[in-house]
Design a protein around this ligand. Structure first.
Ligand SMILES: Nc1ncnc2c1ncn2[C@@H]1O[C@H](COP(=O)(O)OP(=O)(O)OP(=O)(O)O)[C@@H](O)[C@H]1O
Length: 304
């Protein structure tokens, strides 16, 4: 229901990998953890699930400290590692039953749960396949099913979309909707912002071990909305005032205008200009992606 990441610091040798990383995931919230390769996502996650100790700081899960009450804290988290290995000759269902034993679920009950979960996760026709011959995507699905054995109130998922096919991604999206409804707290990492677009409510951005921004997905989408390029018959104060009602007009070289972060459609802007006697010679949507938002955060963080 809540995962609190509190002032984490971690170095490997002389290399500082996390510097004062703090953020919170509340109940019913799905948070994307986005950063480039090597930004520190996996290190944060490994600390949060209790497999790596921080140099300082703590992670508190539903009130339990990962560093001081590791067992209680990690029991309350379903974890999917970045690269689930499962190099075992166990067949999937048998291995699931074996793992369920750790949670005190045994025998017929464990087999029933395994069958249900593995089927739900699209592995119904691979229940008796050896895990070592599962594809990476199937291993991800298996790991997700395993993370749900004890129906934990929180989930921490490392690059869970990586290796999933479009069907798997759609499945994960639906699953997070269920989690949200049930009030679970979900943190999942990705290095691609557009991948988290339709899933996360909020995004925590990490770069070189530091948090460089926390933004609601709605805010990101509106800020990343593509601008409108215009070539007009005249550019004067009145024209700029009209455009200012729709966004942030910037006069470019050669007298063209870029309306940044437009709130209205291209048609609405053109209609308003024409109504006011301004001829529109050319109009074009700027190509802008969510990734630009991410890169502008990085640029801001790196500028002195
Ligand atoms: N055990 C370790 N020993 C030394 N350096 C490490 C260790 N684990 C991670 N690092 C370094 O810490 C930095 C952050 O790694 P981390 O795996 O947390 O990044 P990430 O954001 O998850 O990246 P990716 O998207 O590539 O998985 C990297 O520079 C990595 O080389």
């Amino acid at each position: 229901m809540t995962i609190e990441i509190l002032n984490l610091h971690k170095s490997f040798g002389r290399k500082k990998v996390l510097e004062d990383v703090s953020f919170k995931v509340s109940n019913g919230e799905v948070v994307g953890y986005v950063g480039l390769n090597g930004a520190g996502k996996t290190t944060t996650i490994r600390i949060a699930v209790g497999v790596l100790p921080p140099d300082s700081g703590d992670v508190v899960v539903d009130g339990y400290s990962v560093t001081k009450e590791k067992r209680a804290a990690s029991r309350r988290v379903g974890w999917v590692p970045e690269l689930p290995i499962f190099e075992t000759d166990f067949r999937a269902l048998d291995y699931f039953v074996y793992l369920a034993g750790y949670y005190g679920i045994t025998g017929t009950e464990a087999r029933k749960l395994g069958r249900e979960l593995l089927e739900e996760f699209g592995l119904g026709n691979a229940l008796y396949t050896k895990l070592s011959s599962y594809s990476q995507g199937m291993k991800k699905r298996f790991a997700l099913a395993v993370s749900m054995i004890n129906d934990p109130p929180n989930f921490i998922l490392d690059e869970v979309l990586n290796g999933l096919d479009p069907q798997g991604i759609a499945f994960f999206r639906e699953l997070t909707k269920e989690f949200r409804k049930k009030g679970k707290a979900v943190l999942f990492s990705s290095h691609i912002l557009s991948e988290v677009e339709d899933i996360a409510d909020r995004v925590v951005f990490i770069h070189k071990g530091r948090i460089i921004g926390v933004h609601a997905m709605e805010e990101i989408k509106s800020k990343a909305s593509p601008g409108i390029y215009l070539a007009l018959s005249r550019v004067d104060e009145n024209t700029l005032r009209i455009l200012g009602r729709f966004g942030e007009p910037v006069v470019l070289e050669g007298g063209r205008i870029l309306v940044r972060r437009p709130s209205g459609s291209v048609e609405e802007v053109v209609a308003e200009l024409v109504k006011n006697g301004v001829g529109v010679l050319e109009v074009r949507r700027e190509e802008r992606s969510l990734e630009d938002f991410f890169f502008s955060l990085i640029k801001e963080a790196e500028s002195p």
